[in-house]
Design a protein around this ligand. Structure first.
Ligand SMILES: C[S@@+](CC[C@H](N)C(=O)[O-])C[C@H]1O[C@@H](n2cnc3c(N)ncnc32)[C@H](O)[C@@H]1O
Length: 209
């Protein structure tokens, strides 16, 4: 089963002009989204080949842009935040000069698009849609989880704004929760991944780096 995670960064910079030494302060909390990349794509000493991550970057002069990481094709993704920040910076510096709404691959498995959440949604295809929301139906109650390709939408440290919520409602994203606490986004991704892992019971689609 393919897993897709879409993380919406309300202030996360869409340009490469942030400092590696201060990603939170100069990147509009891009660090939050980079930790989500680690949580979604990596396990201990391994890369989940069946995961695609979309970072919707809504901050800075080049916004909106979307950074897509497809684990089936990426190479050398390292778990530390600095390496992830360097990877994002190179991708955002390189491109693209393409038409709005079209992903341009900047290196294997890593693509950038001039566009926003709607364009990212258009790239997802026909998959079951969930929005991670505090207080919603517990993910453990979803009998179908792990049986179909799915996409999970998550907010950043600020959550979702009203327009994003409305957009996700319009596309039929089902609200699901992961328990009673308000968690950091990357921790929510780890829990969702774990729930699916348990149901898939040692999926053959993961392999060592
Ligand atoms: C740090 S939380 C956002 C908190 C923000 N102050 C708010 O009120 O939405 C970041 C994101 O993680 C997800 N999240 C956090 N806790 C969750 C929970 N218990 N169940 C489901 N999703 C959760 C949501 O997608 C949320 O937008």
């Amino acid at each position: 089963m393919m897993r897709r995670f879409v993380i919406i960064g309300q202030k996360a910079t869409a340009s490469d002009d942030f400092l590696l030494e201060d990603v939170p302060g100069t990147g509009g909390r891009l660090d939050v989204l980079l930790r989500c990349v680690r949580a979604a794509l990596l396990f201990s000493h391994g890369l989940r080949r069946d995961v695609v991550v979309y970072l919707v970057l809504l901050g800075g002069p080049r916004a909106p842009r979307v950074l897509r990481l497809d684990a089936a094709a990426v190479k050398f993704v390292r778990p530390d935040e600095r390496s992830l920040a360097m990877l994002a910076r190179k991708a955002l510096a390189n491109g693209p000069e393409a038409r709005a709404g079209e992903f341009v691959e900047t290196r294997p498995g890593i693509s950038v698009m001039n566009g926003g959440l709607g364009d990212a949604i258009a790239d997802l295809g026909a998959v079951t849609r969930y929005v991670l929301d505090e207080g919603a139906t517990d993910i453990r109650e979803l009998a179908e989880l792990g049986r179909n390709d799915a996409v999970f939408f998550l907010g950043d440290h600020l959550g979702f704004d009203g327009a994003t919520r409305a957009q996700l409602t319009t596309i039929g994203a089902r609200p699901v929760g992961v328990g009673p606490m308000s968690l950091h986004t990357e921790d929510v991704i780890a829990i969702v991944s774990n729930e699916i892992d348990r149901r898939e019971a040692l999926s053959p689609s993961v392999r060592s780096l």
